[in-house]
Design a protein around this ligand. Structure first.
Ligand code: WT7
Length: 639
């Protein structure tokens, strides 16, 4: 068993130990896992030079992550509930799967995948709503050594196709549809559209969820989930994997180009997900834990499925949304299952703050012990509401900073151990060595400094590469500052050494805790036949944290076209990416502020989007300074 830190003094002791002797620190944790063969060497690494980044943890170790979830614990946890599934509609019955039952389903589905010819190393794309089969599918992949690539079910056909093509997935697992609040989404139709451009996909497995009447069917390619497992054995021996074999790919946006496939490998990710889950949330046997994220994002991978299940926890999976049938849904669920640890996003908290306190006050939330947040900076007002009203001042808040690339939580309080301050992620976990640098890469030493957040030593959960393009991994994360992993966030280290995450320093917008690359949105907007050019920036948004503001140059528009152009642009973005990337504000402009070398000065556009035209800086280098006045006068905010 992975031991938990139990006091602040112990945290500091472990932290120092992990810096002085990282290999000994992590090897000690790895001793508690089930290995077919132990490692020859704990760590091989290189952030610079030939082939960089080159990071290997537990070199030549052999294992399977599902054996560490199931076989390792089965003698004591067979009848304990692993997953509680709460459906979208509260009138539909919940599902409880014990570790024993989940194990049988995973093994059976693993055999079904094998029957379809899926082998170790093959990529399997998964495009499912939040149903238990999503967890079963990912664990079945891990069981046979196939690499899962989960695509959030809110992405469009075109975004799904991009991800399938990049990973050259052989199989797609989807469903007829999915429920979210009052809506139902026809996932199979979207998947069919995507598959028109995905020759690598030989089969699709389709789960019955919404019982759509007219599911389009491609004979020979499509198989119902229930048919795929019919008569299939539940006997299955796990594939023996190398510590550094790929476990999964998860696509995420950056400041340039198409989304990158972030690659996580088996042993390091496993250790890190389990260690961070237990320590951050201070999970104890018998607790009921709920993370409200979608498994389509990394939070769901690490803190609904892998971290909790490796720890033998009872993890809740929720299909629906916080405000349906009403704004009390989260608290209904907390009360119904007597949730002890609750983990959500600032955007959800802010949305609920706006609905009024009565939704919280009318529920019994006395089971709660720990509250968590993730995905974006939490503003002080939301933090206080969460702390005072939801937690009644008794529950520590863990503000957890991390990224798709880091695999697990990096900077965070340990619940009930690290003294918290509103809006501060506080201290690095053991094994994590953050460093702040100035734009030239000089280290900012001491406390009371603000700079670019980098990490200077490998940790087991870190990304190993970007799928199919290792050079891109180097360029994106390791090229800016020699020997450092660049997070893309700015941060402040206060007088006490606590970290406050300020936000992205690159052209990435954090919308409701989701990363949206400005270039990606611009590419989508530019697909509209009337659009000549566009520039997208983030602006402060009360609920979403950041909203998307698009400045668009169009060809001559008739009056009729003028009336519909904004809706059409939004529809275009929805088509190419998905509704999450839809611009909140669209301003049709005659020109964009460009330097003489043709570079768009986003700084100016950001300022205007914030409603502040006072400090636009030097505009004299602009090709046409008059453009700025025009944009200000037509702005969609009070400037
Ligand atoms: C970016 C990573 C990690 C799971 C969810 C998002 C921002 C994340 C915090 C936090 C301030 C945060 C950062 C980071 N972020 N957590 N506690 N405080 N900012 O994963 O999509 O990979 O996004 O989210 O800007 O770089 P992601």
């Amino acid at each position: 068993m992975v031991n938990k830190i139990t006091s602040l003094a112990e945290y500091f002791q472990k932290y120092n130990e992990s810096v002085a002797n990282p290999e000994g620190f992590w090897a000690n944790i790895a001793e508690s896992h089930y290995w077919h063969k132990k490692w020859d060497k704990v760590l091989d690494w290189n952030f610079e030079g030939e082939g960089a980044p080159d990071v290997k943890w537990f070199v030549n170790g052999k294992l399977n992550i599902t054996e560490n979830i199931f076989e390792r614990n089965m003698f004591m946890r067979k009848d304990q509930v692993a997953i509680i599934w709460e459906p979208n509609d509260p009138k539909e019955p919940e599902v409880r799967l014990t570790y024993g039952e989940l194990f049988e389903k995973v093994k059976q589905f693993a055999n079904a995948l094998k029957k379809l010819g899926i082998e170790k190393g093959d990529r399997v794309a998964i495009y499912l709503p939040m149903v238990p089969e999503l967890a079963i599918a990912m664990l079945a992949c891990a069981r046979i050594g196939a690499i899962h690539s989960i695509v959030f079910a809110g992405f469009s056909a075109s975004a799904l196709a991009d991800r399938i093509i990049d990973a050259e997935a052989k199989l797609l697992i989807t469903s007829d549809g999915g429920f979210r609040g009052a809506k139902s989404i026809h996932l199979k139709n979207i998947a069919d559209e995507a598959l028109e451009s995905c020759p690598s996909v030989k089969n699709t497995i389709v789960l019955h969820r919404t019982n759509e009447d007219h599911v389009h069917w491609v004979e020979g390619r499509d198989i119902w989930w229930h048919d795929a497992i019919k008569g299939v054995s539940t006997e299955n021996k796990a594939e023996v994997m190398d510590a550094e074999d790929m476990l999964f790919i998860l696509y995420t946006s950056g400041s340039t180009g198409k989304p990158k496939g972030v690659v996580h490998t088996t042993a390091g990710y496993m250790l890190y997900a389990e260690y961070t889950f237990k320590n951050v949330f201070q999970y104890s046997d018998g607790d009921t834990y709920w993370c409200t994220a979608d498994i389509g994002w990394v939070t769901g991978h690490s803190y609904i499925v892998y971290g909790p299940l490796l720890s033998g926890a009872t993890s809740i999976m929720f299909e629906g949304v916080p405000t349906w049938p009403d704004a009390g849904r989260f608290w209904d669920i907390v009360d119904k299952y007597k949730v002890n640890q609750f983990y959500t996003a600032p955007t959800a908290i802010r949305a609920l703050v706006a609905q009024g306190d009565q939704w919280v006050k009318s529920h019994d939330l006395s089971s709660l012990k720990v509250l968590g947040t993730v995905g974006e900076p939490i503003n002080e007002e939301a933090w206080r509401w969460y702390h005072d009203l939801v937690g009644k001042g008794r529950c520590p808040i863990v503000d957890t900073w991390w990224q798709t690339e880091t695999g697990g939580i990096m900077i965070t309080p340990l619940a009930g151990i690290t003294p918290t301050k509103p809006s501060l992620a506080t201290l690095p976990l053991p094994g994590i060595q953050p460093i702040l640098v100035d734009p030239e890469g000089n280290e900012l030493k001491g406390n009371g400094v603000e700079g670019i957040l980098c990490i200077k030593f490998p940790w087991p959960g870190m990304l190993r590469t970007t799928y199919g393009d290792h050079q891109r991994c180097y360029t994106t994360y390791f090229a800016a500052y020699k020997g450092l992993y660049l997070t893309g966030d700015g941060a402040k280290r206060d007088e006490e050494g606590y970290y406050r995450i300020i936000g992205r320093i690159d052209d990435v917008i954090n919308v409701s805790g989701h990363r949206i690359g400005t270039a990606e949105v611009e590419d989508a907007i530019n697909q509209h036949h009337k659009v000549v050019e566009s520039a997208v920036v983030g602006y402060p948004h009360e609920i979403k944290g950041s909203g998307i503001y698009a400045y668009v140059i169009c060809e001559d528009l008739s009056d009729k076209e003028q009336a519909t152009i904004e809706d059409e642009i939004r529809a275009t973005v929805t088509k190419f990416i998905g509704p999450i990337a839809k611009p909140d504000k669209i301003q049709i402009v005659s020109g964009l502020p460009k330097t003489r070398s043709g570079k768009i000065m986003r700084r100016i556009l950001r300022k205007i989007g914030e409603g502040d035209a006072t400090n636009l800086g030097d505009t004299s280098t602009l090709l046409d300074p008059g453009v700025v006045e025009d944009i200000i006068s037509g702005a969609k905010v009070e400037v």
